[in-house]
Design a protein. Sequence first.
Length: 211
Amino acid sequence: MVPLSHVAAFAVAASAIIVIPGPNVLFAIGRALSLGRRSAVLSVAGGVAGSFVPLLAVSFGLGAVLMASAMLFTIVKVVGAAYLIYLGIATIRQRKKLAEALRSDVPSAGGGRVFRQGFIVGVTNPKTIVFFGAVLPQFTTSTREALPAQLLILGVIFLSIQALSDTGWALLAATARSWFARSPRRLETVGSTGGLLIVGVGAGMALTSTN
């Protein structure tokens, strides 16, 4: 098991990193501005669930392979970035539909789609892969047999902190969105801002270095 001293040190390090908005939280903020509180929370849930995939990969050794292969890392980065840019452009194009969407509840059928979009962002987030591959092992002990379990424990702690932090950011953005909702012109600004934010995150991921 992971010593409590290691857990405490890791929690501090993880919190310092997570509190700075990255692709997952910025995507959720973009969704909050564009679609509201419910979609923002679903985006966070999807992002956290998606981040569990690279955690499993790192815990069982696949992360080391990915980190050692510039080609595989680039593929993950490009796919994630392209998907974000696509969603951002779609959000900008649909900005005039925000007024109608705000006057009615978000259809329940859309929840699964929003969750899946957040999941894909979480899975393809290069920063998460880098963190799990490079930082998690530094807080484990030398017991090789228990290494996968230690990585999983630390990873779950990281994802728990991420869920709390990202949800806070998303709810804050959703609250600000209600002010914009009072004017059709503000609504279009909301849609454009949310879309541009998502596109910006995608572009930033595309430029992320493996170093």
